[in-house]
Structures are given as structure tokens and as C-alpha cells.
Write a protein that binds this ligand. Structure first.
Ligand code: PAF
Length: 254
């Protein structure tokens, strides 16, 4: 049965017992507004571990735009239902004071890849992501933590942080889950209008096509997207676009 944990000290005690019993702990960090992409991570964690922990924390330090934070979808009741259906054991649901007793005076900064792609247009975003993930991994101390490849830059930066700081956790990347038509599932899709939802799959269609980058940009713009970036790094093509007010990201192997 799902147990919701607000007090992080309670988890520390539960974990001690789990470790005494040699249990494998799988962890899926989220910001809520759960969708089938999260579900795939949780189901994999369920298959591979004895105990499954999910966190929901809308991390303010990774939003460089206060309005974006305010608009971030919140679907707590539906989230709980999904966690119960997936047989999750523990939901960690901390507040800002629990997570940031230092009020974000301490942070983790990577100064290379984090300044490119999404980092170039969202200054400070990855400092917030890496800092909160470091905190969550230090609290939960899982055996494995699961991250979706839709946020490939995030996954690579977290895997790099774990290596750089000799952290004792396995970071497991999981394939992007897509809607029919190819749109990568994302909590932000909930903010798209019906008309935008019809156009949105074109993002993945052109990103994964054989067109050149200028041609991809032109096709997307013709169809109403505003380009943030389309770039290729290490055999992977990354893109971020705006559809109306919603920013979508995706990446494909090339
Ligand atoms: O991918 C997300 O939902 C967030 O960036 C994460 C990893 C939960 C950190 O807040």
C-alpha cells in the first residue's frame, strides 16, 4: 500500500530497515503531473527493485521564469491514483523548507554541457535540477534512479554528476514514451490547446526526418512553431520549440 511521506526523517528510518533486509530501492524523481512516460519509469523500477519510491516536488530553483513555475500543471489526485495502480511503496512529498534548509545558498554547478541547448535559453535551470537531484539522491539513497531520455541533456548531466562526485547510485536512462503521431509525452503537453495538440506531433516528425537543420527550422516555422534551438551534438539531434506559450523539447538519435 502506498504511504505518503512528508517528513524526510521518517524515510531515513524506513530506509534503515530496508537496508538491514538487503532490499533494492528504486527511485523515480518527478515534479508531478504524471503521465505515461512517468508510468514507464515507475513500472521499470517496480520490475527491478524490492521497494519503489517516487518523489513529487515542483522544484522552484529550476524555473528561470516565475510565470512558468506558476503555470506548471498540478494533478495531485490523479498522480496518487497512478502511484497506487503501479504499486508504488512510498511517495516522498516534501515542501521547500524540507528540501532547501539552506535557502539555495549551496548549489551544484556544471559549467560545460549545462550551458548549451536548454541551458543557453534557461540560465540557471540545470543548477536547480542538479542541486535538487543531488539532495533527493542523498536523502533517498536508492540503488537505482530512473530518468526519461526525453530530457536527454538532464539525464547526461545527472549521470555526469553522479560520476564526478563518486555517488553510489545507478542512473538508469529510459526510452522516451510518445503519443500516437510521435509527440514526446510531457507534463507541459497538458497546457496545449486542442488546436496546438493537433500540430504538436510535427515537431518530432521534422526533428527525426532526413531534412537539414535549416530545412527543419523552416518547416516548423511554416507550421506555427517558434524555434528556440535545433542542434546536433554527438549523433543526437536536440530541439526546443514554442507552440503558443508552451515550450516543447525533444531529441532523436541520428
Ligand atoms: O525531470 C523532472 O521532472 C525534474 O527535472 C526532476 C528530475 C524531477 C528534478 O526536479
Amino acid at each position: 500500500m502506498l504511504k505518503v511521506i512528508y517528513d524526510l526523517n521518517e524515510w531515513v528510518e524506513i530506509r534503515k530497515e530496508a537496508i538491514r533486509e538487503n532490499k533494492l530501492i528504486g527511485f523515480v524523481p518527478t515534479m508531478g503531473a504524471l503521465h505515461l512516460g512517468h508510468r514507464a519509469l515507475i513500472e521499470r523500477s517496480r520490475r527491478e527493485n524490492d521497494i519503489v519510491v517516487v518523489s513529487i516536488f515542483v522544484n522552484p530553483t529550476q524555473f528561470n521564469d516565475a510565470n512558468d513555475l506558476k503555470k506548471y500543471p498540478k494533478t495531485y489526485d490523479d498522480d496518487l491514483e497512478m502511484l497506487q495502480e503501479c504499486n508504488v511503496d512510498y511517495l516522498i512529498f516534501p515542501n521547500y523548507e524540507n528540501m532547501y534548509p539552506d535557502n539555495y545558498h549551496y548549489k551544484i554547478i556544471e559549467d560545460d554541457f549545462s550551458t548549451k541547448l536548454c541551458g543557453a535559453s534557461r540560465p540557471g535551470h540545470f543548477d536547480g535540477v542538479l542541486t535538487v537531484v543531488m539532495k533527493l539522491l542523498n536523502i533517498i539513497k536508492p540503488t537505482c534512479a530512473y530518468f526519461g531520455e526525453k530530457d536527454y541533456q538532464q539525464y547526461k548531466l545527472i549521470a555526469g554528476m553522479v560520476k564526478a562526485f563518486f555517488m553510489d547510485v545507478e542512473i538508469v536512462p529510459c526510452k522516451t514514451v510518445r503519443a500516437e503521431g510521435g509527440l514526446a509525452l510531457s507534463s507541459r503537453n497538458k497546457l496545449l490547446t486542442k488546436d496546438e495538440l493537433k500540430i504538436a506531433p510535427l515537431f518530432n516528425k521534422f526533428l527525426s526526418s532526413n531534412l537539414s537543420i535549416p530545412e527543419i527550422k523552416m518547416e516548423l516555422e511554416k507550421n506555427g512553431f517558434k524555434i528556440d534551438y535545433i542542434e546536433e551534438i554527438n549523433n543526437r539531434r536536440f530541439g526546443a520549440v514554442f507552440l503558443g506559450k508552451v515550450r516543447l523539447i525533444d531529441n532523436v538519435e541520428i
